[in-house]
Design a protein around this ligand. Structure first.
Ligand SMILES: Cc1ncc(COP(=O)(O)O)c(C=O)c1O
Length: 412
């Protein structure tokens, strides 16, 4: 029996062995900042992507910031991003002094490459491609455009580590790629990220930028290590209210870290970015990387179940079916989105609302991050309709079936 609640965002990748690693990392407090685990994660990526170097950061947004800096992108430059994203993507563009330019999305919820050339000006320096929810974007077409206009193609692999396009790994198409090990990403070390650049001149710059960074403070590392340990206690108690109360109290007294700080909602930069990935979190990331393949196989199996069982329901639209996608979340579109979300909450099931704001999370000041309503109509429409179903590896088969039956009951 799975004692976890069905909740898409509560430490979804963390299993008992991860908690064990976290506890060991916690006890080894002399190696919280520097140690052997950083190199292990680096070697994993070097082997996987056949790159010369990889640099580890304390978040995907730090990694993106460092990539932009390495290409000398800054004041008066423009960087193309898609609408229907997280503020952690346009923010680093703003942090380096450049302007994010938002392009609308296609039916795969990725940047609409047919629109790209309209947005390219002589100030445009780079395009960031998101591969939303693990569904590959049209990277071959986008690459032709970046080559034509001499732009840097940055692959955001935060949702898509392990996905492929025409047999080629996501991350292998661009000039640069970055990754996130955030709490509900493909693999998780609560916070973490990585970046590589293929060409040696920009790679050398990235190396210099990385070397000048410091490690986060011990108090910050402690807070992140506390996260899997706290959820190990909270999750089994969650459906008996006690877990909810403990979670609420921990959040109230600020001992659990928030994924996005308030200052970021207005394009500001928290003091902790950009910094290096501390060794203690690299240990968690390394343990998760060993399970990447099995995690993604499971995600695909669950997505397949949704495709089979939810086909043909009147009030929901399913995502595109793509054998190479890894479906970090299974995003359905429904005009009954809010109603379904509430019904599920009454059944003690927490579905996901990623990108129910054009730029997530709630509270982002669109003005400050350069988005004006009406700029990306398709993204705005999809943001209103989007509801994420869980595919996380720790959800049990009977939980998925329970959820599917509820959707059939209420969404048809
Ligand atoms: C598409 C996408 N890219 C990048 C990031 C940034 O990753 P991180 O949270 O590790 O900074 C996020 C965060 O949610 C994201 O959703």
């Amino acid at each position: 029996m799975n004692i976890r609640p069905i909740a898409i965002s509560l430490s979804p990748n963390s299993q008992t062995d991860d908690v064990g690693e976290c506890f060991k990392a916690f006890l080894n407090f002399t190696t919280w900042q520097k140690g052997i685990w950083e190199e292990k994660v680096q070697n994993w990526f070097i082997k996987y992507y056949q790159v010369k170097n990889i640099y580890l950061f304390n978040s995907g947004r730090s990694a993106l910031f460092a990539i932009l800096k390495s290409y000398g992108i800054g004041f008066d430059d423009e960087v193309i991003v898609q609408a229907f994203t997280c503020v952690a993507v346009p923010d680093p563009v703003i942090w380096v002094g450049a302007k994010p330019v938002y392009v609308d999305i296609d039916e795969s919820l990725n940047i609409d490459c047919g629109l790209l050339s309209r947005y390219i000006t002589n100030k445009t320096k780079a395009i960031i491609v998101q591969n939303t929810f693990g569904i590959p974007a049209k990277l071959n077409e986008i690459k032709k455009i970046t080559q034509k206009y001499n732009l840097v193609l940055i692959e955001d692999c935060s949702h898509s580590l392990g996905a492929t396009l025409e047999g080629k790994r996501i991350g292998d198409f661009g000039d640069a790629a970055f990754f996130s090990f955030g709490r509900d990403k493909i693999i998780s070390s609560v916070f973490g990220g990585a970046a590589f650049i293929r060409k040696s001149d920009a790679d050398n710059k990235l190396k210099r930028i990385y070397e000048e960074l410091s490690y986060p403070k011990l108090s910050w590392i402690l807070k992140q290590l506390f996260h899997p340990l706290a959820f190990f206690i909270i999750l089994p108690l969650y459906n008996f209210y006690l877990g909810k109360v403990i979670l609420f109290l921990m959040q109230k007294i600020n001992i659990l870290s928030k994924p996005v700080e308030n200052i970021e909602l207005t394009g500001g930069i928290p003091a902790v970015y950009p910094q290096k990935l501390p060794n203690a979190l690299a240990r968690l990331a390394f343990n998760q990387l060993q399970k990447l393949e099995s995690f993604n196989i499971r995600r695909k199996e669950i997505a397949q179940l949704y495709f089979e069982k939810l086909q043909g329901l009147k009030s929901i639209r399913l995502p595109p079916q793509n054998k190479e996608a890894i479906y970090l979340r299974f995003n359905i579109l429904s005009s009954k989105r809010d109603e379904i979300f509430k019904i599920f909450r009454r059944h003690k099931i927490l579905l996901g609302l990623w990108y129910s704001n054009i730029i997530d999370p709630v509270g982002v000041d669109y003005n400050k991050v350069g988005y004006k309503l009406g700029m990306a109509k398709n993204a705005e429409e999809k943001a209103h309709l989007s509801l994420n179903l869980p595919t996380y590896p720790t959800i049990a088969e009977n939980q998925v079936m329970y959820l599917i039956n509820l959707i059939i009951k209420y969404a048809d």
